[in-house]
Design a binder for this molecule. Structure first.
Ligand SMILES: Cc1cc2nc3c(=O)[nH]c(=O)nc-3n(C[C@H](O)[C@H](O)[C@H](O)COP(=O)(O)OP(=O)(O)OC[C@H]3O[C@@H](n4cnc5c(N)ncnc54)[C@H](O)[C@@H]3O)c2cc1C
Length: 448
């Protein structure tokens, strides 16, 4: 704690509650990301409790980054100067049942929002594998769940309130400002401080989750489209050995047209007889209920339960999005590297995501399949495997996940994102002096 500076932004009570919660982010006296693989470059961490405090902070600080829930694996959130957390701003601002939208403070997590929304009879269209992440941090990096008809989480955003570098409040909506809005939603933390987000909602729904074991790569190859179409959300897990997906997770809505009919076999895979963790050796205690047990949407869409450590904990992650029509070829291309990959891998997950129109989304105008790697926490080894994977995926123009580890060169990112120049222009308008920039953005976006 020696170096960290917490700033009291308003009343003592506010500052005290913010300080006690934020100090739990240190391990034990360094400020790190959730996985602990990244020690941030400053320990100066401020917390804001109101819009006015944020505006004052923006006006008086020449350079800083907003920290969300710190779940990115790379340095996209890092700062050498200072951090601002909106963690104390975590409420539902308003819910419009008729328009089917909810407006939330940017510090809220999906885990906080979902049960409140459900209690009011509403739901979101999808969630990531974990509910622990902030809505703002997730949307700004185009975080996604699975389901070929489901856009990433950012596609639910219908309006944004951002405090730009001048301190001015900028309001953008899908309806009023379709062009800039589509540039701003996946904003990579480069445009300003997001203070409020409006999300599309729908009537609450129930789901069942089923897991099947041992789907062969041959079955995947022959029936990829049928497998992806079989349920609302589909995840395939493999360690790349034995031409086999060890687990297939199917999340099914109960509405008649969407329900999955769980037979004992699924393209040769066998229905599991107990709850499983995607990493089969780990206890399923931290996983959401499976075995077809009926439950609310927010307790089935994520793989991991709120209140428990998601995934493995000590890990690294990488993920590449390829066009859906190249999915099978791309998966088989990665499989060729299995003997380089598996020794460093905890598990791979393959998910489908619908196309969208958000400029910096990896699914921009591309129905996509994402090939995800949960790695052991050994960056020297992983950093050697990533270029090989990126080379194999090269012919499919892979777009890396903005919040995970990659070694794709800025020029290749530029080639993969046709709206990147427009995004740079938008960022220059909202932040002409680079207040919200950092090494990640300077290298990958502004230096591209
Ligand atoms: C165990 C685990 C599982 C995961 N599963 C998935 C998954 O299923 N799907 C997936 O796509 N990703 C997944 N991720 C990745 C993760 O969800 C994303 O990287 C997401 O961005 C994390 O949000 P955060 O709030 O923690 O972001 P942070 O790391 O805190 O910040 C990310 C970016 O958001 C910016 N930011 C945050 N809040 C604001 C704000 N209010 N205003 C402006 N900028 C802001 C930061 O400046 C930074 O640029 C997973 C990560 C972990 C650790």
């Amino acid at each position: 704690m020696n170096k960290r500076t917490f700033l009291k932004l308003s009343s003592a009570t506010v500052a005290t509650s913010a300080i006690s919660r934020l100090s739990s982010w240190a391990t034990p006296d360094k400020l790190t990301n959730w996985a602990g693989n990244l020690e941030y470059s400053t320990e100066t961490l401020y917390a804001a409790k109101s819009q006015q405090q944020i505006q004052d902070f923006v006006k008086t600080h020449p350079r800083f980054k907003v920290l969300g829930s710190r779940h990115c694996f790379n340095n996209i959130a890092d700062s050498k100067d200072a951090f601002l957390s909106l963690k104390p701003l975590d409420e539902i601002v308003s819910l419009d049942a008729q328009a089917r939208t909810v407006t939330v403070d940017a510090g809220i997590t999906y885990g906080q929002l979902a049960p409140l929304l459900d209690a009011k009879g509403f739901a979101l269209h999808n969630l990531a594998s974990l509910p622990h992440i902030s809505v703002a941090g997730a949307c700004t990096t185009a975080t996604h769940g699975s389901g070929e008809k489901n856009g990433n989480l950012a596609t639910a955003v219908s309006a944004l309130e951002i405090i730009a570098a001048s301190g001015e409040i900028v309001k953008l909506s899908r309806k009023e400002d379709p062009n800039f809005f589509q540039g701003a939603v996946v904003g990579l933390g480069a445009l300003g401080v997001i203070t409020k987000i409006t999300l599309d909602i729908q009537p609450a729904y129930q789901m069942r989750q089923y897991v099947y074991e041992n789907l062969s790569f041959a079955a995947m190859k022959d029936h990829f489209d049928a497998i992806q179409a079989s349920a609302y959300s589909v995840s395939l897990f493999t360690d790349w050995q034995n031409h086999n997906f060890s687990e297939v997770w199917l999340k099914s809505r109960t509405e008649k047209s969407q329900a999955f009919d769980a037979k004992p076999e699924f393209f040769g895979a066998k229905l599991a007889t107990k709850n499983l963790h995607p990493i089969a050796a780990l206890s399923a205690e931290n996983c959401t209920q499976q075995m077809g047990v009926l439950g609310p949407w927010y307790e089935r869409l994520p793989h991991f339960r709120m209140g428990f450590t998601p995934s493995a904990g000590k890990e690294l992650q990488s993920e590449y999005f390829v066009p859906r029509h190249h999915a099978v070829e791309a998966i088989l291309a990665v499989e060729r590297l299995r003997d380089q990959i598996t020794p460093h891998l905890l598990i791979t997950e393959i998910r489908a995501i619908a196309a969208d129109d958000l400029w910096m989304s990896p699914c921009y105008q591309r129905p996509s399949v994402a090939i995800h790697f949960t790695w052991k926490q050994d960056w020297p080894a992983v950093s050697k495997v990533l270029p090989a994977i990126e080379r194999e995926l090269g012919p499919f123009q892979p777009r890396p996940h903005w919040g995970k580890l990659f070694t794709v060169k800025p020029a290749a990112l530029k080639a993969a994102y046709e709206r990147l120049p427009d995004f740079v222009q938008l960022a220059n308008r909202l932040d002409p002096k680079g207040k919200f920039r950092n090494e990640f953005l300077n290298t990958n976006i502004f230096g591209a």
